[in-house]
Design a protein around this ligand. Structure first.
Ligand SMILES: Cc1ncc(COP(=O)(O)O)c(C=O)c1O
Length: 390
């Protein structure tokens, strides 16, 4: 009856079952998986965020497939302010980055075509590819190269029906940014093989320190058709507002045609509401303040994690280059799943096992750096006992 675009089984995994059980029993759980910044007690400019929604222009409907020019101009200005040039005319607005992926798969792929995506990385890629009948083929981010791309390995994954290379810049959860040397080679390779580059830069603003080797895909050269994805969800810490975007760059006339075709796809959905588009410019003005409070929070938790007494004897904290999470390398006496189940069952700590992100090997847990610092430190005290000297 149902297509294979949805999973064969929707049965929850062992970790979800245990979590539901614990919650039903009213047991307190410290959630170190939280990725929603609006649920962790951060200081948002609440009145200003809400005031931006009260705009009389929202009372009339002006369907614009690419998105309202004013919103696109504000987004281009934001990126330019971050040192990454973007053009309002090269932007298409969508409801989220996830939706943007769906549009790009529709634009680039026939059913059964392949896209390359990094491993380990964001778990939703496979679902998004399945939903568009696209095959996701993974290329490795190599632990020994600080989770960088091994270009030869990536190239070996390309087949005649490969259409695009997805980059996650910085990657979730490893936090690694794409560096200029690889970027130049990838552009040349993609142009030569007729592949598009899709660079997911939702966490780009959250670097832990400067590094001149890093590059945004908004920066040229654009020898290949290049799509940069971002959105308010991470940039402005406003996932509930549902606004993402695609920036298109590349050689003419390919770029022009890609934009026209994306506009055609967007016109079939018209998903972004007028109040959100009218408020976007104001929210982007508030973004430095919101990013500041997110950075304070993630920075405080990262410091606590790095200083957690005793933790280092059985567990290594992998310091990320950027993003909202950190990786813990744990002894391989148990599988990642067993560790996660044990932490939840015996210590009321909920953490993501590495396999959620498809690490090449066992031995990783992923901790969000967003939780309230007090509960984060309580979790660290417990982890220090578990991984500390025995
Ligand atoms: C790499 C990456 N891309 C995209 C998203 C989702 O963004 P959006 O809310 O705009 O769909 C996430 C969410 O965690 C992510 O980690």
């Amino acid at each position: 009856m149902f297509s294979r675009r949805t999973p064969a089984s929707l049965a929850p995994n062992r970790l979800s079952l245990l979590l539901a059980e614990r919650k039903a029993a009213g047991a307190p759980v410290i959630d170190l998986t939280v990725s929603n910044p609006t649920g962790v007690g951060l200081d948002y400019p609440r009145e200003e965020i809400l005031a931006a929604l009260r705009d009389a222009r929202s009372l009339s409907y002006e369907p614009t497939a690419r998105g309202l020019l004013e919103a696109r101009e504000a987004i281009a200005e934001w990126h330019a302010g971050q040192g990454a040039p973007a053009l309002p005319d090269s932007l298409i607005l969508a409801g989220s980055t996830s939706e943007a992926y769906g549009w790009l798969f529709k634009l680039l792929c026939e059913p059964g075509d392949e896209v390359l995506a990094p491993r380990p990385s964001y778990p939703l890629f496979e679902c998004l590819a399945d939903l568009d009948a696209v095959r996701m083929v993974q290329y490795a981010l190599v632990e020994e190269f600080a989770w960088g791309i091994d270009l030869a390995e990536l190239e070996s994954r390309v087949r005649p029906n490969t259409r695009a290379i997805i980059l996650v810049n910085p990657n979730n959860p490893t936090g690694t940014y794409v560096k200029r040397d690889i970027w130049l080679k990838l552009q040349e390779f993609a142009a030569y093989r007729g592949l598009a580059i899709v660079s997911d830069e939702v966490f780009f603003d959250y670097a832990w320190g400067p590094d001149p080797r890093r590059v945004s895909s908004l920066q040229g050269p654009h020898l290949a058709l290049t799509f940069t994805l971002s959105g308010l969800s991470k940039i402005a810490g406003l996932p509930q507002m549902k606004l993402g975007w695609i920036h298109v760059a590349g050689p003419e006339p390919l770029k022009r045609e890609a934009l026209d075709r994306l506009e055609w796809i967007a016109d079939s959905y018209l998903p972004v509401s007028a109040p959100i588009q009218h408020a976007a410019a104001r929210w982007l003005e508030l973004t430095p303040r919101i990013q500041h409070s997110i950075r304070l929070r993630t920075g405080e938790n990262l410091d606590s994690l790095q200083q957690a007494v005793g933790l280092e004897s059985g567990c290594r904290v992998r310091t990320p280059e950027g993003g909202w999470c950190a990786m813990l390398e744990v002894p391989r006496i148990h599988s990642d799943e067993e560790w996660a189940l044990m932490l939840l069952e015996n210590h009321s700590i909920w953490m993501q096992p590495g396999y959620f992100y498809d690490f090449q090997r066992e031995g990783f847990l992923v901790a969000s750096l967003l939780p309230e610092p007090e509960s984060f430190r309580t979790a660290l005290d417990r982890l220090s006992v578990i991984f500390g000297p025995h």
